[in-house]
Design a protein. Structure first.
Length: 247
């Protein structure tokens, strides 16, 4: 009888040890921002090809005619203003793709080359840093976070060391693991589609207003932050990144 009790106790101890080991491994996995734990859901850039409904297209045609807009009606969608008025705006997916294509080309892209340029864009979810911005972004992030980060060969952010996490580390971990592609660039310029003409234009937002902190684009499960390069020394990039992560 005593022997059975001893054997049962040993088995119980082994089970407890296994449970504790699994718990700590799971805990570490949840906190770890390594490549193995980066979200990797595929990303598509084809949403701008979605057609408006026949009713929306008729309304878009009427609004564009009334307002004297010169662009192709297919780039627009119906939007509602704060006062309830219905207006047209360039589809967010088109604005996003144009800004990203310009970021890749580093000059004004043409509509005809968007598809080719976007073959160089990130292909899955996570946090992706524009190539020439990676060193600067890491310096900013590592100054406000407790953990240390690096960028892998594909341009995605990963945690270099698993340390105790502060609030900014926790937010970064959420962004690494969610179902969204987050793009960061540090620049003074972006590219937009003009609402009236439908032409792609360079938008030197920092030159126009040195106090502009960043430009933001989003569509579906993608978002992009273009943080000011602070060429005029009017903003604080660390505070801007804190604000983005706190939002």
């Amino acid at each position: 009888m005593k022997k059975k009790v001893i054997i049962s106790s040993i088995i119980l101890i082994i089970i407890l040890i296994v449970i504790l080991v699994v718990f700590f491994i799971t805990k570490k996995s949840q906190q770890d921002g390594s490549e193995e734990n980066i979200s990797s859901l595929p990303i598509s850039y084809d949403s701008e090809n979605e057609e408006n409904s026949e009713q929306d297209q008729e309304q878009i045609a009427q609004i564009t005619e009334n307002q004297g807009l010169q662009a192709d009606e297919n780039i627009y969608e119906i939007a509602t203003e704060y006062d309830g008025r219905e207006v047209v705006r360039v589809k967010p997916s088109i604005q996003y793709n144009v800004a990203l294509a310009g970021m890749i080309k580093k000059e004004i892209p043409d509509f005809s080359e968007l598809d080719n340029l976007l073959t160089q864009a990130p292909t899955h979810t996570g946090i992706w840093i524009e190539e020439t911005s990676r060193e600067s972004f890491l310096n900013i992030l590592n100054n406000i976070a407790d953990s240390e980060y690096e960028v892998n060969e594909e341009g995605f952010l990963i945690k270099k060391e698993n340390r105790e996490m502060n609030d900014y580390d926790k937010k970064i971990q959420e962004m690494l693991s969610d179902e969204t592609l987050h793009i960061f660039d540090i620049n003074s310029t972006t590219y937009i589609v003009d609402e009236v003409t439908g032409e792609i234009q360079e938008y030197p937002f920092e030159e126009m207003d040195p106090y502009t902190e960043y430009e933001y684009f989003s569509t579906d499960n993608k978002e992009m932050f273009i943080i000011s390069a602070n060429s005029y020394g009017k903003i604080n990039q660390e505070e801007i990144l804190k604000g983005i992560l706190d939002y």
